[in-house]
Ligand binder design. Structure first.
Ligand SMILES: *Cc1c(COP(=O)(O)O)cnc(C)c1O
Length: 384
């Protein structure tokens, strides 16, 4: 017998309460029961997004709402700024390219944060920019960009700010309204502690004005269709919604409200601190720079002489622990410990213990227990 541990930054573990809630018998979506559920879920989403705006839901992974942002806000030939400091920033660029958008690409090394001054400069030089796309928490690298400052800049221009907060929401602060974030997106399988398959996007008044002017083709992913259904006296969805997932989300949001957003964010900060200190105590080097360290995932350099691919594979095959490797040019060079959503202290300790054992087996000189010890100290000093 071997127990499995999924320590990845998406998909993430799902609490038993959420899983069980989805086992209830199917019910029809054109019913008062579904409307009641939808209203409660909307309220919960507004709570975690910290917004008064509508939060629209689509049956898709996160990439679906990323694409919907382009299709609903823009017209062919429009000019946008796309910031890329990792895999998901690159995806935003690719989606805009696919729709024939004129892209000003602000490109950064993968260990850098997005520089708000660069955005300001481009907005000043290009008054016709329609939108600014930025990733808050780059899951490929753990780097967290300062979207609060970026929001403070973009609000004074005509452009709308589109934020991929897919591993931000439910892990780190993302104050949609207070920070002037026009469009904020997340996916169910990240901080919301849900299975994959549902994506959410909040839309500000400024963004709705852009939607009115947009002529790119859209149908299933039309924000207007979705909002029209939501605003009916008995709120509903334009098409058959993923009923079970919405039931699960209702339960996940209930758990999140019970814990409280502030406590959730604090918990992620402590988990990340333990993952970092534990890794450093093994003599490993953290990938992300100090000023850009997010709390959703901890990326660590694979030490010299160790095969990164083998580390991840052995951890899985020998100990049942799934972590993430590096992506693209970082493949084999870093490994990433996820601690986003339904994670607690002993998830971090389990992962660190497994990494220590595998590193030792791969010939890296580590004193067993050093990483776990450092994490224990963090948890004892910062109770939650
Ligand atoms: C997971 C993720 C996405 C979306 O990926 P999907 O596989 O389509 O859900 C987008 N951006 C970031 C930062 C992510 O972590």
């Amino acid at each position: 017998m071997r127990k499995e541990y999924m320590m990845t930054p998406g998909p993430t573990p799902v609490p038993a309460e959420v899983l069980l809630s989805q086992a209830r018998p199917m019910f029809h979506h054109r019913t008062p029961v579904f409307t009641e559920l939808l209203v409660a879920v909307e309220e919960g989403l507004k709570y975690v997004f910290e917004t008064k705006n509508d939060v629209l839901m689509f049956s898709s992974s996160g990439t679906g709402v990323m694409e919907s942002a382009v299709a609903n806000l823009l017209s062919a030939g429009d000019k946008v700024i796309c910031c890329s400091n990792g895999k998901f920033g690159d995806r935003l660029v690719k989606i805009n390219e696919a729709y024939g958008i004129d892209i000003i690409k602000l490109e950064y090394e993968w260990d850098q944060v997005v520089n708000p001054d660069d955005i300001k400069r481009e907005l000043d030089e290009n008054p016709d920019i329609k939108a600014v796309f930025v990733v808050q928490s780059e899951t490929s690298t753990g780097v967290l960009s300062d979207i609060k400052t970026i929001g403070g800049i973009v609000k004074d221009y005509a452009a709308v700010l589109v934020v991929d907060s897919i591993t931000g929401i439910g892990a780190v602060e993302c104050k949609t309204d207070e920070w002037n974030l026009d469009v904020v997106m997340t996916g169910s399988q990240k901080g919301l502690m849900m299975p994959p398959g549902l994506a959410c996007v909040s839309v500000s008044d400024k963004a709705w004005a852009a939607v009115e002017k947009s002529t790119l083709p859209k149908f299933y992913f039309s924000w207007k269709k979705s909002a029209d259904s939501l605003r009916k006296s008995a709120p509903t969805t334009p098409f058959t919604p993923p009923v079970s997932l919405i039931v699960g989300l209702g339960e996940a949001l209930r758990l999140m409200r019970e814990e409280g957003l502030e406590n959730i964010i604090k918990r992620h900060a402590i988990l990340a601190d333990a993952a970092r200190k534990g890794s450093e105590a093994m003599g490993l080097k953290l990938f992300a720079p100090v000023e850009g360290r997010g709390n959703a995932v901890t990326p660590v350099w694979v030490p010299e002489g160790v095969d990164g691919g083998k580390l991840v594979k052995m951890l899985k095959e020998k100990y049942g622990i799934t972590i993430a490797g590096g992506q693209d040019h970082l493949k084999g060079k870093i490994f990433r410990i996820g601690h986003l959503g339904y994670f607690d202290k002993f998830d971090i300790m389990t992962t660190l213990a497994g990494v220590e054992m595998v590193l030792s087996e791969l010939g890296y000189p580590v004193t067993l227990g050093m990483g776990v010890q450092a994490a224990e100290k963090v948890f004892m000093e910062n109770p939650f």
